[in-house]
Design a protein around this ligand. Structure first.
Ligand code: SAM
Length: 332
C-alpha cells in the first residue's frame, strides 16, 4: 500500500505537464517534466527509517479517527519498530495494525488499569524497550486514557516522545469555518442533567469557541440543554462521522439545531464533535442572563408575558426585555 507513488501534485503547479486528461499528474510525471528528483512514499519511508528512534522511550502515537489512511509515515515506521504497543482495546488495535501488515505484542492499557500497567511499562522501558502508546482512535490522553501512564513514565525519569496525528477536535475545528480567535476544549459534558447544566452555565460567558465530544444517544439532550444556556443566535457546528463514509458537517444557529438533528433518523447514530461559537465579546453578564431566561420563557408563553416574567426573575427592565425578546424572535 505505501509503495505507491504520491499522486498529489506539488505546490509548483506552473511547472506541471499540461493536463491532457482530468487525472492528477503523478509525482514521477511531475519530476520528469520539471527535472526535479522523484520522491515516492517508499523513499520518504526510507528517510523516516533513518531518523533516530531512541530505545527506553514511550512513544505516544496518534491513530486515525475513522479513515485508516490517516496515519503518518512516522507512525507506521515507529509501530513497526516498537517492542510492544500499549492500547485501550487490544482487539481494536490488533485490527488496525493488521490493516498495516503489522503484528505486535499488545498490552491492554485502559482507564481501569492505567496505574498498574504504567509500572509494567516502566520495567520494560528501563530494560531498553521501545513502547508505543495508542488509544482506540485519535490522540491518546485527549478524552482518552494515557495521561496517567505518561505522567508515571516521565516521573520515572524516562523519555516520552509524541507522534502527532489525527484528533477529532482539531479536525472538526479546521472545517468549522468559525472565526473565533480561540477555542476551549470542553470534551465530554457530564451525563447527569444537573451536572451538565452546571458545566454549561460555567461556559456561557466564555468568548472562545467551545468544543465538545458527545455520544450519539445523548446528542439531542445535550443540544436542548445548550439551547437553554446559550444565546439562540450563536452558531453551532455538528461534525459527524469525520473522515468516514457518511461524514456530515453542518452549521446553523443554535435555535435550529434541534430540528436539524430530528430531520434524519440516522443522526441519532455516529460519532460527533459539537462546536458552539463563543459568547459575543460585547455582551455583558446581564444580557447573557436575560437571553437565557427569555429563551426558556419564550418557548412556554407569549412574548409579553415572557418579558414580564423575565423582569421579575432578573430584576431587569420589562421594556428592555420585551425589545430583546423581539430581537431573539427575529433571529430565529
Ligand atoms: N482521543 C480522541 C481524539 O483525539 O479525538 C477522542 C477519543 S473520545 C473517547 C471519542 C470521541 O471523540 C467520540 O465520542 C466523538 O465525540 C469524538 N470522535 C472520535 N472520532 C470521531 C469522528 N470520526 N467523527 C466525529 N467525532 C469523533
Amino acid at each position: 500500500m505505501i509503495d505507491r507513488p504520491d499522486r498529489t501534485a506539488s505546490a509548483d503547479s506552473d511547472a506541471m505537464p499540461p493536463a491532457a486528461t482530468d487525472r492528477t499528474a503523478t509525482v514521477s510525471e511531475i519530476a520528469a517534466a520539471t527535472g526535479t528528483p522523484a520522491f515516492s512514499i517508499a523513499t520518504l519511508m526510507q528517510e523516516v527509517a533513518r531518523q533516530e528512534h531512541p530505545t527506553g522511550a514511550l512513544y505516544v502515537v496518534a491513530t486515525p479517527i475513522g479513515n485508516t489512511a490517516d496515519i503518518t509515515l512516522r507512525a507506521l515506521n515507529l509501530l513497526s519498530l516498537v517492542d510492544a504497543v500499549a492500547c485501550e482495546d487490544t482487539r481494536n488495535t490488533g485490527h488496525l495494525l493488521t490493516r498495516y501488515g503489522l503484528h505486535k505484542t499488545l498490552i491492554a492499557a485502559h482507564q481501569h488499569n492505567e496505574r498498574e500497567v504504567a509500572e509494567r511499562l516502566i520495567e520494560r522501558l528501563q530494560a531498553g524497550q521501545r513502547i508505543a502508546l495508542v488509544s482506540d482512535a485519535g490522540t491518546p490522553a485527549v478524552s482518552d486514557p494515557g495521561a496517567r501512564i505518561v505522567d508515571a513514565v516521565r516521573t520515572a525519569g524516562l523519555r516520552v516522545i509524541p507522534l502527532p496525528g489525527a484528533s477529532a477536535a482539531i479536525t472538526a475545528l479546521s472545517a468549522s469555518g468559525l472565526l473565533d480567535a480561540q477555542f476551549h476544549f470542553a470534551g465530554f459534558l457530564p451525563s447527569k442533567a444537573a451536572q451538565r447544566d452546571t458545566a454549561l452555565m460555567a461556559l456561557r460567558g466564555m468568548t472562545a469557541a467551545l468544543v465538545f465530544y458527545e455520544a450519539p444517544h445523548r446528542i439531542a439532550d445535550t443540544v436542548a440543554a445548550m439551547q437553554m444556556h446559550f444565546e439562540p443566535t450563536r452558531q453551532i457546528v455538528f461534525a459527524r462521522e469525520l473522515t468516514k463514509l457518511f461524514e456530515e458537517l453542518h452549521r446553523c444557529p443554535l435555535a435550529e439545531a434541534g430540528s436539524w438533528l430530528a430531520a434524519g433518523g440516522h443522526r441519532e447514530k455516529g460519532e460527533y464533535v459539537v462546536i458552539v461559537e463563543g459568547a459575543p465579546v460585547d455582551v455583558d453578564s446581564d444580557r447573557i442572563e436575560a437571553d437565557r431566561v427569555l429563551t426558556i420563557l419564550m418557548a412556554q408563553c407569549p412574548l409579553k408575558q415572557a418579558a414580564a416574567l423575565a423582569a421579575l426573575i432578573t430584576g431587569q427592565k420589562k421594556n428592555a426585555l420585551y425589545e430583546r425578546a423581539l430581537a431573539l424572535k427575529d433571529a430565529t
